[in-house]
Design a protein. Structure first.
Ligand code: ZN
Length: 74
């Protein structure tokens, strides 16, 4: 346990959900955002989306979102 909470970093899972993001994107979280839920809320403001697949969530940055087709393709 640390006295400093560094928060979470949410990084893009890439356009296919399997590869690392070609842009190496991560959500720019607000200073006050410390939980994954809060950081994702920050990301949504910047155009991030979350894809729910069995077992996990995929975080997609705005650039990758533009490269994916509508609907789940997994
Ligand atoms: Zn991305």
């Amino acid at each position: 346990m640390s006295t400093h909470l560094l928060g979470v970093e949410i990084a893009c899972d890439g356009p296919a959900g399997r590869d690392n993001c070609p842009h190496n994107a991560a959500i720019r979280a607000q200073f006050t955002s410390r939980t994954a839920r809060q950081v994702r809320a920050d990301g949504r403001r910047d155009g991030w989306t979350v894809h729910r697949i069995p077992g996990r969530l995929l975080d997609i940055c705005p650039r990758c979102r533009n490269h994916t087709t509508e609907g789940p393709t997994l």
